[in-house]
Design a protein around this ligand. Structure first.
Ligand code: ZN
Ligand code: ZN
Length: 287
């Protein structure tokens, strides 16, 4: 811990000086005035950390370690998106009056009924997801859960559910990491939606391969049949809202949905914080 203090301070000091330059009032030949200086100094004393994404000094009392500017930079998924999987479809030409479906959903690829996401997986959101994934930042999970609750509200019946379930990690991975990042989202979300949270209903029975980068085939292969419901868990006739951090190919949500439906779930809808703008499914090469 002692080792981190000087660098944190240096970072905060650097952020503070940049901030003074940017925040200088137009009239201020003499700078921002002593009162502003004192208030910055106080903030630095009480909130000595910088934004974990841009390093700007954090000035709010929020426990989310990301500044307002970075949080506001997350780009919500555009309105023009696949009606089934929620994939952004800007520039996609489709027949008027027909359902707006991406190539994968036209091929009925997915076992889940619908999927929706808060924002496009790019820019600052990529870094925010990494913080959630590797640093167990609970307040950030709660912040995302608030956004996801707004998505659920906007979508109305599309995401209606009886129970909230996080996509599970393999037992061994969860033991190494100490937590499941999807549960950092699903638990506060379930609370907001006043729905039961079932953190152990699903389990991952086969671990993800060690390899960091997987080809498209490997991605699908690595999750096929890799999930099951825990023996004795009750899912019969329930509508499940499945939570994960990022939706890329949809393979993980699909594999979870298949396990839940096999166990008797009535329907499965997926919800993620981030949505990859491009789906590297082979059929997507056609446009
Ligand atoms: Zn920032
Ligand atoms: Zn789709």
């Amino acid at each position: 811990m002692a080792e981190t203090t000087p660098s944190r301070r240096a970072r905060a000091a650097g952020a503070s000086s940049r901030r003074s330059v940017r925040g200088a009032p137009s009239s201020g030949r003499g700078g921002r005035g002593w009162l502003a200086g004192i208030s910055d100094a106080l903030v630095s004393v009480f909130f000595p950390a910088g934004c974990r994404i841009c390093d700007e000094l954090l000035t709010s009392a929020s426990r989310v370690p990301i500044c307002e500017v970075c949080l506001a930079s997350f780009c919500p998924v555009p309105q023009i998106a696949c009606e089934v999987c929620g994939r952004p479809l800007a520039g996609f030409v489709h027949e008027p009056g027909q359902a707006l479906l991406c190539p994968a959903c036209r091929d009925k690829t997915y076992a889940f009924e619908r999927a929706r996401s808060f924002a496009v997986y790019e820019g600052a959101l990529v870094e925010a997801i990494l913080l959630l994934k590797y640093e167990q930042i609970g307040p950030l999970g709660a912040w995302f859960a608030e956004r996801l609750a707004e998505v659920v509200k906007e979508q109305g019946s599309v995401l209606a559910a009886d129970v909230v379930v996080p996509v599970p990690l393999h037992r061994q991975r969860e033991r190494e990491r100490g937590y499941n990042q999807a549960a950092l989202l699903s638990k506060p979300l379930a609370k907001r939606l006043r729905l039961p949270h079932k953190a152990v209903l699903l389990m991952r029975t086969r671990a993800r391969p060690e390899k960091q980068i997987l080809t498209l085939e490997e991605r699908w292969e690595s999750v096929r049949g890799a999930f099951a419901t825990r023996p004795g868990s009750q899912v019969d006739n329930l509508r499940v809202l499945l939570l994960d951090d990022v939706l890329t190919t949809g393979a993980t949500l699909d594999a979870c949905a298949r396990a839940l439906l096999e166990a008797g779930a009535k329907s499965v809808v997926g919800l993620t914080v981030a949505r990859a703008a491009r789906n590297p499914l082979p059929s997507s090469s056609e446009w």
